[in-house]
Design a protein around this ligand. Structure first.
Ligand code: SIN
Length: 281
């Protein structure tokens, strides 16, 4: 395997490995170690079919059927992340900074995204290292958030906290919205420790984190605004420009990501799997 780091805080391109073939124990352990270290792995030219994508997913954990988003026609455990060429001026799946399903009791450990069809330009994905954000957190903010909990809500899927009715979303991804279970607030530590690597990261995001638990409203708003401004500094990010066949694997415990929506008029199709995580500690 060749390993080329991509950015200062996260990301490595991995070549010299073929995940369409059976994955031996040594290779699997190396991939888990690399994901722990780099948080996002980019493997060009994999072009995995669905059984191989699922086999590669199991290297990192049990496959999770994510709630609220319908599985693809081929397999309920795989989401087809699709925007058709004629779907213009709409919201895309993952089109804001988030950590996947952080509002669940046990948010996912990570995901694999296999590109199938990419636009001639645009449609990149951004990731942000929240280990980097934690390491560089100003001391006064660290003193406020260490040991505290944040409130997460599944607002985009909820009933009480539903998205605006006139929000245009892709017809190519079927989402189950208006679900009361997504309105139930979940509390997670703001600083989270990875169960295997022991690394610490900030675990808040602008899509699902709505308050700092136990602080008065105005103070909670101020602290959250400062935290978000810090977490989303470009210093902590990497950007991937997709080519057909690329496979990206990311750690959802220690990163946020953002699907850039700048390719109206072109088709983009990705297959996505998710692996299980645990209650954040
Ligand atoms: C997502 O999983 O949030 C979407 C990522 C992408 O389409 O680039």
């Amino acid at each position: 395997m060749n390993i080329d780091p991509i950015a200062g805080y996260l990301g490595a391109e991995i070549t010299g490995i073929d995940l369409s073939a059976p994955i031996d124990g040594e290779t699997a352990a190396a991939l888990r170690r690399l994901l722990g270290q780099y948080l996002v792995l980019v493997l060009p030219g994999q072009s995995l079919d669905i059984p191989s994508l699922k086999r590669a997913t199991r290297v990192f954990g049990d496959i999770l059927t994510v709630p609220y988003v319908a599985g693809s026609d081929q397999d309920p455990e795989v989401i087809a992340v699709l925007k058709e060429a004629d779907e213009c001026d709409i919201e895309v799946f993952g089109g804001d900074w988030h950590s996947d399903f952080s509002f669940l009791d046990e948010p996912p450990g990570g995901s694999l995204l296999q590109s199938v069809e990419v636009p001639p330009y645009g449609g990149d994905t951004l990731w942000s290292s929240q280990t980097g954000a934690y390491d560089r957190l100003p001391k006064d903010l660290k003193a406020v958030v260490d040991g505290r909990l944040a409130v997460h809500l599944g607002a985009p899927y909820g009933k009480k906290h539903a998205p605006p009715k006139d929000m245009a979303v892709s017809r190519s991804i079927k989402m189950h919205r208006g679900d009361e279970s997504a309105d139930r607030p979940r509390l997670h530590p703001i600083v989270r420790t990875h169960p295997e690597s022991g690394r610490k990261a900030l675990f808040v995001n602008p899509t699902y984190t709505v308050a700092i638990y136990g602080l008065p409203d105005d103070e909670s708003r101020d602290v959250l605004a400062r935290l978000m401004k810090h977490c989303l500094r470009p210093d902590f990010t990497m950007r991937h420009r997709w080519r057909p066949g690329d496979l990206c694997i990311w750690d959802n415990r220690m990163t946020m990501h953002y699907a850039i929506n700048d390719y109206d008029g072109h088709r983009r199709l990705m297959y996505r799997t998710t692996f299980a995580g645990e209650r954040p500690r």
